[in-house]
Design a protein around this ligand. Structure first.
Ligand code: FPP
Ligand code: MG
Ligand code: MG
Length: 323
């Protein structure tokens, strides 16, 4: 897991994240309607690694991390993320999230979508107190996140290379929030412009690496290892990078995947097995490493210090994570 060599920073992050956790739950579940309160706490209680708020706190170390808006920003980013997962699991018909039945199975599609909306609304209320620059950055990232999901659903534009399309989607739907997290931390803590820019580039590359490694994990993990069922993407017809590269190669695997969602369980098992040993999977892993390298280069442009010495190895951690 994440190693924080500097004991003072480790303690600051530990305290900050404990505070974020309390505030996150309070903010999400604060509603006059008990059903909303209960449903909004459900997935937050189930888990999640809280990478985004942690990245906000790390970005804030390049300014004054004690500013009140830093914690607000950390909570807001996680609320948007949690909201997007509620909507995403409906769209992907995902049975599991954080190792528990997804909100749309625990309740139903309508409730899951509305809980997502509630979380966005709570985030909007909380961000009222952020500086204008922070609010604008947050709103733009949110818009980009939605656009990424729309592009994923709509598929490649006429003539657009599917792999290029996928990387665009990944940048917009995933890297947007990761980049927002680190940049927002820097902005809210009053870091200088060059540092905020480097944080943004770091987050962007780390975010792409993170999501592409998610694509890889969907294929290589055994059932439930990531708190999600293996092959979820295949079943929903979501073409991940390894799958897209496999289709390019053709063969039996290309034949199965080219037809869209792989609903048949036996066929899906066959596709998964073929994917696991495909050159596409190896190429996808190489792409993850390439983006991780890009993130590391951006980290090296940050002022040296304990926070940079956490952000740097995080690149390798993301590249090598398996769950
Ligand atoms: C997970 O991807 C989903 C995202 C990163 C973004 C989802 C964005 C939306 C649903 C936009 C609308 C959001 C709101 C709040 C209005 P994935 O399905 O590839 O990953 P998974 O395996 O974790 O499900
Ligand atoms: Mg999904
Ligand atoms: Mg999805």
């Amino acid at each position: 897991q994440l190693v924080v060599p500097d004991p003072e920073l480790a303690e600051r992050l530990r305290k900050g994240m404990a505070e974020v956790e309390t505030r996150l739950r309070e903010t999400a579940t604060d509603s006059p309607d008990p059903l909303i309160g209960q449903a909004a706490g459900y997935l937050l209680d189930a888990g999640g690694k809280r990478w985004r708020p942690l990245l906000v706190l790390l970005g804030a170390q390049f300014g004054d991390p004690e500013r009140a808006s830093v914690l607000d920003a950390a909570v807001v980013v996680e609320l948007i993320h949690a909201a997007s997962l509620h909507h995403d699991d409906v769209m992907d018909e995902a049975p599991l999230r954080h190792g528990v039945p997804s909100a749309h199975l625990r309740w139903n599609n309508k409730i899951a979508i509305l809980v997502g909306d509630h979380l966005v609304a709570r985030g909007a209320t909380l961000s009222v107190d952020l500086d204008e620059a922070a609010r604008r950055m947050q709103a733009q990232a949110f818009e980009r996140l939605v656009r990424g999901q729309v592009r994923e659903v709509a598929g490649p534009r006429p003539g657009q290379d599917p792999v290029e399309h996928h990387l665009e989607v990944v940048g917009d739907k995933s890297a947007s929030l990761i980049a927002l997290a680190v940049r927002l931390g820097g902005i809210c803590a009053g870091a200088d412009a060059a540092t905020v820019a480097a944080l943004g580039e770091y987050g962007e590359a780390l975010g792409v690496a993170f999501q592409l490694s998610d694509d890889v994990i969907d294929i290589v993990s055994g059932a439930d290892r990531a708190g999600k069922a293996a092959g979820t993407d295949l079943r929903a017809g979501v073409m991940t990078l390894p799958a897209l590269l496999a289709v390019r190669e053709g063969g039996r695997l290309g034949e199965i995947l080219a037809t869209g969602p792989v609903e048949d369980a036996d066929l899906r098992a066959e596709a998964l097995a073929l994917l696991r040993s495909s050159p596409g999977l190896a190429a996808a892993r190489a792409e993850v490493a390439r983006y991780a390298g890009r993130a590391r280069a951006a980290a090296l442009r940050l002022p040296d210090g304990p926070a940079r010495r956490v952000l740097e190895p995080l690149c390798d951690l993301v590249a090598s994570r398996s769950s």
